[in-house]
Design a binder for this molecule. Structure first.
Ligand SMILES: NC(=O)c1ccc[n+]([C@@H]2O[C@H](COP(=O)([O-])OP(=O)(O)OC[C@H]3O[C@@H](n4cnc5c(N)ncnc54)[C@H](O)[C@@H]3O)[C@@H](O)[C@H]2O)c1
Length: 261
C-alpha cells in the first residue's frame, strides 16, 4: 500500500530538480501525477518513463491563467478528478536591491508568486469537488530570514508563506489542507547551475558547492532534492492529517543560528 493510493496530484515545475523527485516519489507511493512545466521535452520524457497509468505531462506556464485551466482539464480527462497540488515551479534571480530592474522583479513575481496564487485559486474548487485534498506550496528558507541579493526572490517566497496561511484558513472547512515547504540549499540546477552546462566538470562543480555548504550548514552538506520530496509526501499524505497553514523548514539546520567556531 502506498501513502498516496488513489490520489491525483498536479505537480508544477516537474520536469527536473525537486519537482521531478516529487513526481517520482508520489507515483511510487500510488498517486497518479500530472506534471506541469515549460520544459516540454524533459517533462514528456519523465511522464513516459513513469507510464500512462501513472503520469501525464502538460505544458503549464504557471503565470498564465489559461494554462492552468488547460492543465486541470487534462488532469480530469486523464484521471477523473484532482485532489492534490504541489506548487513547486520557481525561478531565482540574484541582484542587489538598487540594481534590480523592475522587469526582472516582476518576472520573478509572475512565476513564483502569481504562479502559486493561480495554482491554488484554480485547483482548490477541484479539491473541494473531490471531497477534500492537499496543497503544498514551495517557499524557501529566505521566506523566513534574509539573504543579500535576493530581493525579488525573497519577496515572492514570503508572499507564498502568507498566502499559505490565508488559504489554509479559508479552505479548512472544505477538507483542504495547505502547507508550505521552506528548503535551504538543495542540490539542483537552481543552486548549482553547472548541472546544466555540458562543458562543466560535474565533480568539480559539486566539490565547490560541497565546500561552501560544509561551512554554512550545521549538518555539513547541501540538501538532496529527494529530501524535499519526502517532506512534500508527508504534507500531501494522511501522515500530516492535523497540520495546515504552516511553513516547514528543511535546511540541515542552517536557520538554527550562527556559529562563531
Ligand atoms: N534549489 C534550492 O536550493 C531551493 C531552495 C529553496 C527553494 N527552492 C524552490 O524549490 C522549487 C524547485 O526548484 P529546484 O531547486 O528544483 O530548481 P530547478 O530550477 O531545477 O527547477 C525549477 C523547475 O521549475 C520550472 N519552471 C520555471 N519557470 C516555470 C514556469 N513559468 N512554469 C512552469 N514551470 C516553470 C523549471 O523549468 C524547472 O523544471 C522552486 O520553487 C525553488 O524556488 C529551491
Amino acid at each position: 500500500m502506498g501513502k498516496l493510493d488513489g490520489r491525483v496530484v498536479i505537480i508544477t515545475g516537474a520536469a527536473r530538480g525537486q519537482g521531478e523527485r516529487e513526481a517520482r516519489l508520489f507515483a511510487a507511493e500510488g498517486a497518479r501525477v500530472v506534471l506541469g512545466d515549460v520544459l516540454d521535452a524533459q517533462g514528456e520524457a519523465l511522464a513516459k518513463e513513469l507510464g500512462e497509468e501513472r503520469a501525464r505531462y502538460v505544458h503549464l506556464d504557471v503565470g498564465r491563467e489559461e494554462d492552468w485551466t488547460t492543465a486541470v482539464a487534462a488532469a480530469k480527462d486523464a484521471f477523473g478528478s484532482v485532489d492534490g497540488l504541489v506548487n513547486n515551479a520557481g525561478i531565482l534571480r540574484f541582484n542587489e536591491l538598487t540594481g534590480t530592474p523592475l522587469e526582472e522583479y516582476l518576472t520573478v513575481v509572475r512565476v513564483n508568486q502569481v504562479g502559486a496564487f493561480l495554482g491554488m485559486r484554480t485547483v482548490a474548487p477541484e479539491l473541494e469537488a473531490a471531497g477534500g485534498g492537499t496543497i503544498v506550496n514551495t517557499a524557501s528558507y529566505v521566506a523566513l530570514t534574509g539573504m543579500a541579493f535576493l530581493t525579488s526572490y525573497a519577496a515572492t517566497k514570503a508572499a507564498i508563506v502568507g498566502m499559505t496561511r490565508v488559504a489554509a484558513m479559508e479552505l479548512a472547512d472544505k477538507g483542504i489542507r495547505v502547507n508550505a515547504m521552506c528548503p535551504g540549499a538543495i542540490d539542483t540546477a537552481m543552486t548549482n547551475p553547472a548541472q546544466l552546462d555540458p562543458d562543466a566538470d560535474p565533480a568539480e562543480a559539486s566539490a565547490a558547492v560541497d565546500e561552501l555548504y560544509r561551512k554554512l550548514v550545521p549538518m555539513g552538506r547541501i540538501g538532496r532534492p529527494e529530501e524535499v520530496a519526502r517532506l512534500a509526501l508527508f504534507l500531501s499524505s494522511d501522515d500530516s492529517s492535523y497540520i495546515t497553514g504552516q511553513p516547514f523548514v528543511v535546511d540541515g539546520g542552517w536557520l538554527a543560528g550562527v556559529s562563531v567556531f
